[in-house]
Design a protein around this ligand. Structure first.
Ligand code: GLU
Length: 299
């Protein structure tokens, strides 16, 4: 990674950044808790950001539901919640900077035309801006190293060599990859604690930090909770919404973060005990954790 001019923040600023494509499920509660506990253990701030750039899949009603569920577990944002769909101009501005650097290109390819490459777009195509087009980032041979406090040292390169990710879609929506990097930088986020399913997005994000000349935050990935077929608990797998403010649910979620509390009397007490008990080194090297039998009702 190259050296950049902006100083790394010494103040801990963490965040939870859900995409409101469904209500909060058990797996996302575990992620929210991990980012919150890590921030609070280090006397940092914790911020909620709604990542609703995908206007076709995200719904305001899910954003409300998610933030209400987080509140019901005493997970309060220390700052006003940032809603990405309200910040398109800044993503457009940042995309223009990449256009000026000539490291993005317009692309008219269709899903069908990319099917032969498993949906990836391995190299620049002969496309034009006179037809409907997305904007893609050129492939790169850069190699990035992520010193992940939980997963260890991750060498990330393949994702960059064989793919040109979309930064702005044909339908005008910006991609997660662009928006997440721009916002983490603008919000001065110092630490990302998120699910291991996002490891595969990390190379592209580190690459974007590099292209913009920004210092990336410290990034670590907590284990994913997987079902009996080895799939993560996710909205795509129809994970159900969790109950709001339900102490037993919270205690089971904490269990997957290696925190086992004995009968706290309230959610507030459980959260404050969990902050004391949080020790990410207990998760070291664990990429996934099978959902235990007693928790099957969460999926
Ligand atoms: N918005 C992403 C999601 O819900 C998470 C972003 C991140 O933590 O980097 O999967």
């Amino acid at each position: 990674m190259s050296n950049h001019d902006d100083p790394v923040s010494t103040v801990y600023r963490g965040r939870f950044a859900p995409s409101p494509t469904g209500p909060l499920h058990f797996g996302s509660l575990v992620s929210a808790l991990a980012s919150y506990l890590d921030a609070k253990k280090q006397q940092g701030s914790w911020i909620i950001r709604i990542e609703d750039v995908d206007g076709t899949r995200c719904k305001p009603s899910f954003s409300e539901q998610i933030t209400e569920t987080l509140r019901s577990y005493q997970l309060f944002s220390d700052e006003p919640i940032r809603v990405q769909s309200q910040h398109s101009e800044i993503y457009e501005q940042k995309l223009s900077e990449l256009k000026r650097q000539q490291i993005v290109f317009p692309c008219n390819c269709t899903r069908q035309s990319l099917a032969q490459h498993n949906g990836n777009h391995p190299q620049e195509c002969q496309s034009t801006t006179s037809k409907p087009h997305s904007w893609r980032l050129k492939a790169s041979s850069a190699v990035y190293l992520c010193q992940d406090d939980i997963q260890g040292s991750l060498q990330l390169s393949e994702d960059l060599k064989n793919n040109c990710p979309v930064l702005k879609r044909k339908d005008g929506f910006f991609s997660y990859q662009l928006a997440v990097v721009v916002d983490d930088h603008l919000q001065n986020i110092s630490h990302l604690v998120r699910g291991a399913d996002l490891i595969e997005t990390t190379a592209q994000q580190l690459h974007l930090y590099n292209l913009f000349g920004w210092t990336p935050p410290s990034i670590c990935h907590i284990p994913l909770i997987i079902n009996h077929s080895g799939d993560k608990i996710s909205k795509q797998n129809h994970a159900r919404a969790i109950e709001n403010g339900h102490l037993p649910t919270l205690l089971r979620a904490l269990h997957y973060l290696k925190i086992d509390l004995t009968e706290p009397s309230s959610i507030a007490e459980a959260i404050s005990l969990a902050i004391e008990a949080w020790d990410p080194s207990k998760l070291k090297g664990i990429k996934d954790l099978p959902l235990e039998k007693q928790d099957l009702h969460f999926i």
